[in-house]
Design a protein around this ligand. Structure first.
Ligand SMILES: Cc1ncc(COP(=O)(O)O)c(C=O)c1O
Length: 380
């Protein structure tokens, strides 16, 4: 019986991917591809990273599963390491980015006693009902109305519009520091700090959705660390956090954690020992393999190799989350790149190729990308 694939675009690629190593994927015919898609910004360490494989295997042998009914040392260590890495005080572990955002919205509503959320046009926060409510992009919401009713949307980066939208009814403002699916748009300088000030002036909370940008992807531990004056009340992370082991987290300040009661929110699989082992392996590998610096060098290499190519209009984003904006539909170019052995992602901006390579991408892969892209752009 085939899986129910109509609920997700499960088979966009015309072949099966069977194996992978580092930033290389191999299909069922034995053909290899440079992975510029990174499992939708998940595979920060690439495929089969030895530290990650060993950590999960060792944990599976020692203690495969208990719920949060009992403390475990691996959970304590993972949460400590994650809070230190992200510069937040407390962490609640869940299974997906949408679930982390649901938890953030729930905490914000209870902590403020308000229900309105201000979100950004072009933003994306997940596919559950509350997340759809703060996701402006129409095609995710179509057919699911009415979704969360109390959202107000403002143009991303517009502080005047944000100030006008935030008042005493607003529980929280939710922002992606770099809008990923929206087309890799980085918040203009000063926007996050300005949002922090507007929230403070109105008793509203600041939620940063770092599901895509967090855990080293942009060349900083968290994207908001580039704007340290905007310390959020709540931050969500996912994707790279487990490098493919499903885990996500809501990170909180102490003040936010104090507004919650034990048992108020929970998840059977959240904070599972294997997930915690994966988190520890990812954070240790980022440090041991110097992956923040590597992500920044990959960005520099890609910018240098691509920015003067005819047909490339702009390169947006940071580190291993880059949008290459073209003068023509990205979909056709992505197909040509696939033929040339490079897998790239897309975005809701039809002119944008989204690149989310593993931070272990070798520099030879950048030369291969530049050659293939210039070939694709020269083709009639
Ligand atoms: C910024 C952002 N938030 C939330 C999500 C939802 O995460 P998940 O698919 O793990 O539920 C995504 C997924 O792409 C995302 O990019």
């Amino acid at each position: 019986m085939p899986a129910l694939e109509t609920l997700s675009p499960a088979s966009l690629l015309p072949f099966a991917i069977e194996s992978g190593r580092g930033a290389r994927l191999t299909d069922d015919q034995g053909r290899s591809y440079w992975d510029y898609y990174g499992g939708h910004a998940v595979a920060l360490l690439g495929q089969g990273h030895p530290r990650w494989v060993e950590a999960i295997s060792a944990q599976a042998r020692r203690l495969s599963f208990v719920t949060t009914i009992a403390p475990t040392s691996v959970r304590d260590r993972a949460i400590d390491a994650l809070c230190t890495f992200a510069r937040m005080d407390r962490a609640f572990l869940v299974n997906s980015g949408a679930e982390a955002n649901e938890a953030a919205l729930k905490v914000a509503r209870k902590a403020t006693g308000r229900s309105t959320v201000v979100a950004m046009e072009r933003g994306f926060h997940g596919r559950t009902m509350a997340c759809l409510g703060v996701t402006e992009s129409g095609h995710y919401r179509a057919d699911h109305a009415p979704v969360h009713a109390d959202a107000r949307f403002v143009p991303f980066g517009d502080l005047d519009a944000l100030a006008a939208a935030v008042d005493g009814d607003v529980a929280a403002v939710i922002i992606e520091p770099i809008q990923g699916i929206g087309g890799v748009h980085e918040a203009p300088q000063g926007f996050l700090e300005g949002a922090r000030r507007i929230c403070d002036a109105n008793g509203a909370l600041l939620i940063l959705d770092e599901v895509q940008t967090g855990i080293g992807r942009t060349g900083e531990a968290m994207a908001w660390h580039r704007a340290p004056g905007c310390r959020p009340d709540l931050v969500t992370v996912g994707k790279s956090l487990g490098n493919g082991f499903p885990v996500a987290a809501l990170l909180l300040t102490e003040a936010m954690a104090d507004t919650t009661k034990p048992g108020e929110h929970g998840s059977t699989f959240g904070a599972a020992p294997l997930a915690c082992a994966a988190i520890l392996a990812v954070l240790e590998a980022i440090d041991a393999d110097d992956l923040l610096a590597r992500a920044r060098s990959i960005e520099a290499g890609i910018r240098a190799a691509l920015e003067d190519l005819p047909g490339v209009v702009a390169i947006r984003g940071r580190g291993c989350l880059l949008g290459v904006v073209l003068d023509r539909p990205a979909r056709d170019v992505a197909a040509a790149l696939l033929d040339a052995g490079l897998l790239v992602g897309g975005a809701n901006d039809p002119l944008c190729l989204r690149l989310c390579p593993p931070a272990v991408l070798p520099f030879e892969a950048i030369d291969a990308f530049a050659t293939a892209l210039s070939g694709a752009l020269e083709a009639p």
